[in-house]
Design a protein around this ligand. Sequence first.
Ligand SMILES: Cc1cc2nc3c(=O)[nH]c(=O)nc-3n(C[C@H](O)[C@H](O)[C@H](O)COP(=O)(O)O)c2cc1C
Ligand code: SF4
Length: 211
Amino acid sequence: MVIFPVLAKINAYDGMRRGMRLGEALEVARLLEESGCSAIEVSSGTVAEGLSIMRGPELPVEALLAANFRVMKMPAAVKQLLAGLLPVLAPSSPKPYRNYNVEAARAIRKQVSIPVIAVGGIHTLTDVGSAIGSGAADFVSMSRPFIIEPDILRKLQEGRQQGSRCIMCNYCAIMIETDPLRCWHGKLPVNLFPERRGVADIRENQLSSQP
Ligand SMILES: Cc1cc2nc3c(=O)[nH]c(=O)nc-3n(C[C@H](O)[C@H](O)[C@H](O)COP(=O)(O)O)c2cc1C
Ligand code: SF4
């Protein structure tokens, strides 16, 4: 018989109106443990709600214009309008940008005896230390830090860096709608997408016309 671990990544809350909240997550965690789950990773938010899983200081406007499937279907004039309106009208992502599921992980850890993994904006050794050291989680996991630096663990282990170089621009999360996964570090190379030049040019022009 092959024995292998089964881990479940769950939402602590989904950020939707009348959606799930922590109380329901506690019950889900209890049921997962009861059914033999090996560990629970605690996240939050949904793709539908969007912003709570794309936390960061700026809305990824340029990436949204170039790669979002809804935006891509729009006529150039509408895109141009959107390029101006998005930064003004779109809500900014919720705060904090870092360690935002740690307290939910702590609540879930109190409910179960299987390991609990915290994820979400845990990007530095200090973040790791406080999530695990404070007893909120048994483990942490990271996503964007591995996208920008696949060797991040080695760098942290060897003391070459204290944290990730990720700037939380979230371009990687948007651009996977059209392109292979990679780190864009908050900027699209204009020449890379001749068919989408129009959109990139709009953004470039806007940026260069800013005082
Ligand atoms: C490009 C990309 C793709 C992702 N795809 C998924 C996914 O398919 N399922 C999922 O549960 N989370 C997905 N996530 C969310 C991450 O697993 C993680 O929960 C989130 O990015 C916060 O962690 P971080 O701050 O370490 O990036 C994705 C994130 C990124 C950046
Ligand atoms: S594109 Fe790079 S810098 Fe931006 S969020 Fe993704 S990994 Fe971080």
